[in-house]
Write a protein that binds this ligand. Structure first.
Ligand code: NAP
Ligand code: HSE
Length: 451
């Protein structure tokens, strides 16, 4: 049974926070407390005090006042400090100071609030158990989709539902890049630098563009949706690095937008978890989600289909989510981290991606020679793949050493949209097409999601 582990009215004592990490999110949280501290105290019936902080560089100007707060160089020492009730981990990273300090805090019986999806995706099962054993909170609203209250929605608002699928745009950096490439024809690298300057990107931005950050978040939503162990290693992950302006233009002409989606769904085989660029119909609500905005859709059996939309990254939105976790603790609410006691969490069974069914976009750069199209059609036919549409484009740019004026033999772009088929069939067909030496570049394949 899931119930608040701590019951009764909150004490009137101030709730004392130790904040480890004073970067984008940590400084954002301090600013939020400066702005709304008084009204929060009134709402919660007790003051929220930051008694201690920790970061690497004590001399750095963070644009916030640290007067009256103890300074710690070592996050694990802060985690154990008598002067704090709640350890707020805003350092980041799945190992190192973040992991050791969170473990130390839980073992010492301190509540933990974290925005660290990497830590939870890799060690969430053990940390949740540690929190339960010590009867303390391990709250992580900010770890998924920034300012969108999706953890509370799934844990509380949708408590009475069976979930068939949870999916969404969960990386602000990628959505920002794809939107700018679409709307402003901007270059990938340039837009990534802008996302970094705005504080959206991870310390290592390859986690964003490589789909890993989305997978970290998806792993947590999967556990909340299906009550299974956190299974990050079982996620199929593709990033947006291979998405070109040619794909964005073709998608537009065919009535689609390209979004990096994380999708978790129950199938007869088990749970399918996948992160990949996805074509969504232009008129769908998810296609309208642009810039750093995220969205998460939940298909609940009693609630119906929900879509939550909001800012997915940045100081303010993330601090807002962190604060909501602190508010629960201030109110005396402590839930099992994944909404079920660890003893009720089920083992994870992975559904093979090869069994995935859907339609596909395929872009082939084909040497325009007699018989090339026929060979491609034959390979698709052999795998039972039928086509909804086919577009052949005159080449726009030359490959090195190849004539691009549409002369016979120059590569031409062939864009195919399939009817629903299986991943196995598409992969087999593309492998056979690739072996024919008729392609000037590896094939591009993007899944089309049924919404
Ligand atoms: P950030 O700007 O890079 O800040 C990291 C902070 O941690 C810095 O203050 C740094 O100290 C401190 N730090 C690093 N290593 C440390 C160590 N060994 N001991 C003590 N302090 C250490 O990162 P962020 O963007 O705020 O992200 C923090 C966490 O929130 C990450 O888990 C991230 O994934 C998550 N998150 C971020 C966002 C976002 O929009 N940025 C949104 C949702 C979740 P110095 O300042 O002295 O270098
Ligand atoms: N780097 C992440 C993003 C931060 O761009 O979405 C929020 O988790």
């Amino acid at each position: 049974m899931t119930k608040p582990l701590t019951e009764g009215p909150p004490t009137q004592e101030p709730l004392k926070l130790g904040i480890a990490g004073l970067g984008t999110v940590g400084a954002g949280l301090l600013r939020l407390l400066e702005t709304h501290g008084q009204v929060l105290s009134a709402r919660l019936g007790r003051a929220i005090e930051v008694t201690a902080v920790c970061a690497r560089d004590k001399t750095k100007d963070r644009g916030v006042c640290l007067d009256g707060m103890s300074w710690y160089d070592d996050a694990a020492k802060l985690a154990l400090a008598e002067e704090i009730d709640v350890f707020v981990e805003l350092i980041g990273g799945e190992e190192g100071a973040a992991r050791s300090s969170v473990e130390a805090a839980l073992k010492a019986g301190k509540h933990v609030v974290t925005a660290n999806k990497a830590l939870l995706a890799h060690h969430g099962n053990e940390l949740a158990l540690l929190a339960e054993e010590n009867n303390v909170a391990l709250n992580f609203e900010a770890a998924v989709a920034g300012g969108i209250p999706i953890i509370k929605t799934m844990r509380e608002g949708l408590a009475g539902n069976g979930v068939a699928r949870v999916y969404g745009i969960m990386n602000g950096t990628c959505n920002f890049i794809l939107t700018k490439m679409q709307n402003e024809s901007r270059d990938f690298a340039e837009v990534l630098s802008e996302a970094q300057a705005m504080g959206y990107a991870e310390a290592d931005p390859s986690f964003d563009v490589g789909g890993i950050d989305t997978a970290h978040k998806l792993a947590l939503l999967t556990t909340l949706a299906f009550g299974t162990e956190v299974a990050f290693d079982d996620i199929h992950i593709e990033g947006i690095e291979a998405i070109s302006s040619a794909d964005i233009e073709a998608a537009d002409e065919l009535g689609y937008r390209i979004k990096l989606l994380g999708v978790a769904m129950a199938t007869d085989e088990g749970i399918e978890q996948r992160v990949h660029p996805t074509m969504v119909p232009k008129e769908s609500p998810i296609a309208q989600v642009s810039g750093v905005t995220n969205c998460v859709a939940v298909d609940g059996d009693f609630s119906g289909d929900l879509l939550l939309v909001g800012p997915g990254a940045g100081a303010g939105a993330t601090a807002s989510a962190v604060m909501s976790d602190i508010a629960d603790i201030a109110r005396g609410l402590v839930f099992a981290p994944f909404n079920l006691p660890s003893s009720h969490i089920k083992p994870y069974t992975r559904a093979r991606l090869n069994a995935h069914q859907g339609a596909y976009y395929i872009r082939l750069s084909v040497f325009d020679k007699p018989g090339a199209m026929a060979a491609i059609a034959t390979h698709l036919g052999e795998q039972g793949v039928s086509l909804e549409s086919i577009v052949q484009r005159r080449p726009r740019a030359a490959l090195p050493g190849i004539d691009a004026r549409g002369e016979p033999g120059a590569p031409t772009s062939l864009i195919l949209i399939t009817h629903e088929t299986t991943e196995q069939s598409i992969r087999a067909a593309l492998e056979a097409i690739g072996k024919d030496d008729k392609l000037a570049a590896p094939p591009q394949m993007i899944r089309i999601e049924k919404l």
